[in-house]
Design a protein around this ligand. Structure first.
Ligand code: TRP
Length: 498
């Protein structure tokens, strides 16, 4: 294992230093994650409630958790119980679909900006793995080597930098792919691809069509771009969006594509387009998927509005105002850090909510809400009772910061250690197996209301088509209102979406 954080983390989100210099307001979009600054210039914790309201994404409620358990027969994952996943769009609808047809498409992704994942990257994947196990559905993982290349070039004003050549991103994608596999995904149900390898066929047809539905102004509004942003980055959004359409992956459902060498089916099947999709991801990706949801039903082969389940960010070691960043080794625990490095990083850098002195701590108690070691425990310690006990004694001041950090170090060392053992077994060949275009095997719901999988969807579409053809045209005009940042006015008002 490498002993230090990768130096090649060129396409990464901003570092803590950059975050400190950021605007006073909190700023969250796919390319910026930073808390607001107070009068002294200190970064404040990200206000997730304000963010949720700004994005207008509903809260994930106890009712959703109950319904999840009702539909799957399983308790929700600790990351949901502890509200790391805290918001959603149409999560209830995906559960309804699942009860009806017995399956859906799970989709997530990763922008390969560095050679090794850190704990913050691992979190959404852990959650995706859990959902794949519980629902027993196909999962596609998009590795956006193109996005990170374009983004890095854009950041560097078009100039090539060390570690920032196109081929470097292909390399990061492969390294990340192996890390992701080592988190435990089931090969039979998982297709992982890089954009440079897989884009073509029906996927590319979907991209072209989707590109016609997005204007530059909409892209700028959603992603904070302007007229000097390179055209590749502007166009990229369509790719990340249509990756949610099952029709972009006909082969995983056993259907033909329009690619070399066989060119079997010229256009996607309607019933594949109609398969619903759930995207578990961090909330910074939401602006992309708002563009997606606005346009799903404007495609020639319409798709249902994509469901989302949205997470907070894994707090940087320095505290809750930023997220772990691959470009700042001291902000993050990397999945290839040694046990010693983990110990050192937590002891030295993890922001503490404890009292300034031992006396103070024993008298006033600690504050777990802002304590980074406690926060990490809340993500990785499975036992609810043990966590509650830690919280209580920390607040009471009977558990010291040192003891709390020790516990956190042990839990993280165990998690990262197990991961590294598995990672060492992921060969190039295993990676290629996950990346092979093939039919996936999944069982889905044991007892769906409408059995028959894709054929059942096709039948329902055929019987509905006569009724709905007029309505389709009318609906095409309706959109989930977009965050419009007009290029003319330079305004950045974010309209509410639904
Ligand atoms: N843009 C994401 C990133 O930079 C990568 C990504 C592509 C993604 N598709 C996704 C993330 C779907 C979550 C869900 O990391």
């Amino acid at each position: 294992m490498a002993t230090s954080a990768p130096v090649e983390s060129v396409g990464a989100p901003p570092s803590i230093v950059q975050i400190k210099e950021a605007a006073k307001e909190q700023q969250i979009d796919p390319y910026n994650v930073s808390g607001a600054k107070d009068a002294q210039g200190n970064v404040k914790a990200i206000d997730y409630e304000a963010l949720r309201q700004r994005f207008n994404t509903p809260a994930l409620t106890e009712e959703h958790l109950r319904r999840f358990q009702e539909v799957t027969g399983k308790p929700p994952h600790r990351l949901v119980r502890r509200k790391l996943f805290f918001s959603h769009r149409d999560f209830d609808k995906i559960l309804d679909y699942y009860e009806k047809y017995g399956f859906f498409l799970l989709y997530t992704g990763r922008g390969p900006s560095s050679g090794s994942l850190h704990l913050g990257h691992a979190i959404p994947f852990l959650f995706n793995k859990e959902l794949q196990d519980v629902f027993d559905v196909p999962l596609v993982i998009m590795l956006t080597d193109d996005e990170k290349f374009l983004y890095t070039r854009n950041k560097n004003e078009g100039k090539q930098t060390t570690g920032g050549a196109l081929g470097d991103f292909i390399g990061y994608a492969y390294d990340n792919c192996k890390d992701i596999i080592a988190l435990g995904f089931d090969k039979k149900k998982t297709f992982i691809y890089t954009d440079y390898e897989y884009m073509g066929g029906h996927f590319y047809q979907n991209i072209s069509e989707f590109e016609t539905l997005l204007t530059n102004n909409q892209i700028r509004g959603a992603l904070g771009f302007d007229g000097s942003t390179n055209v590749g980055l502007n166009a990229y959004a369509a790719k990340q969006c249509v990756a949610a359409f099952a029709s972009s992956y006909p082969a995983i459902f056993g259907c033909g594509d329009f690619r070399a060498p066989d060119y079997v089916e010229r256009r996607p099947r309607k019933e594949l387009a109609a398969i619903p999709c759930l995207i578990p991801c961090a909330i910074d990706q939401e602006p992309y998927f708002r563009l997606l949801r606005d346009n799903c039903d404007r495609m020639e082969l319409p798709s249902p509005k994509t469901s989302l389940i949205l997470s907070k960010f894994l707090t940087a070691l320095q505290g809750p105002g930023g997220k772990m960043s691959a470009s700042d080794p001291n902000s993050a625990i990397f999945m290839n850090d040694t046990s010693k490095q983990i110990e050192k990083k937590i002891n030295k850098h993890a922001f503490s909510g404890g009292g300034a002195t031992r006396e103070e701590h024993e008298r006033d108690g600690g504050n777990p809400d802002i304590d980074v070691a406690y926060t990490y425990l809340s993500y990785f310690l499975e036992d609810d009772d043990e966590l509650a006990e830690i919280e209580k004694s920390y607040r009471a001041g009977t558990l010291s910061t040192g003891e709390l950090k020790k516990k956190c170090i042990a839990v993280l060392q165990a998690f990262v250690g197990t991961f590294q053992e598995r990672r060492a077994t992921v060969t190039d060949q295993i990676m290629r197996e996950f990346m092979t275009v093939r039919k996936l095997e999944y069982k889905g719901h044991a007892n769906p209301k409408v059995p028959g999988g894709i054929e059942a969807i096709a039948r329902d579409l055929a019987s509905n088509s006569t009724k709905s053809s007029k309505k389709d045209k009318k609906d095409a005009k309706k959109t989930e209102s977009l965050p419009v940042r007009s290029s003319e006015t330079g305004g950045d008002d974010l309209q509410k979406s639904t």
